[in-house]
Design a protein around this ligand. Structure first.
Ligand code: FEO
Length: 172
């Protein structure tokens, strides 16, 4: 069972994950329009990842008999600059999500909600991976610089990204 504060905070987090999904969908569209299908594909996979993140929270609220409250999803920007600028924005967004997950952990600890604290540890680890992925691509984009051939090769590499494993319902 969850208290009201925890329930509200997780509902907010569902909204942030859904916004993440929307933001990356906008980045996918932008990449397509710029002639970078591999980047577009990478962000489409990221959309799936974010939807899974939201749905894990959704399932958790249901399993705990708590109320799901779906909120309005903010409109994302549609312009992201160069590929490097776009990935810097992606990293900044993930850092924001990491802080948000850590605040949820802080709240779970303050409320002595051990079940939610245990559940959240999956997200703590996931955020390390999310930031690592962005940092890796930023490093590669810095090496690419203005070299169009290298950008083409990186686009091919990002086109290889595999979809996430199907989520087991309610299993963090
Ligand atoms: Fe749901 Fe990319 O963090």
């Amino acid at each position: 069972m969850l208290n009201e504060k925890m329930e509200e905070a997780i509902n907010e987090q569902i909204n942030k994950e859904m916004y993440s999904s929307y933001l990356y969908l906008a980045m996918s569209a932008y990449s397509s329009a710029k002639g970078l299908p591999g980047f577009a594909h990478w962000f489409r996979i990221q959309v799936e990842e974010e939807t899974i993140h939201a749905m894990k929270f959704f399932d958790y609220l249901n399993r705990q008999g708590a109320n799901v409250k779906l909120k309005e999803i903010q409109e994302p920007p549609m312009e992201f600059g160069t590929p490097l600028e776009m990935f810097k924005k992606t990293l900044e967004h993930e850092q924001f999500i990491t802080r948000s997950i850590h605040e949820l952990v802080d709240l779970a600890i303050a409320e002595k909600d051990h079940a939610t604290n245990a559940f959240l540890q999956w997200y703590v680890n996931e955020q390390i991976e999310e930031e690592e992925n962005d940092n890796d691509i930023i490093a590669k984009l810095k090496l690419v610089g203005d070299n169009v051939n290298s950008l083409y090769m990186l686009d091919n590499e990002l086109a290889q990204r595999l979809p996430p494993q199907p989520a087991t319902q309610g299993n963090a």
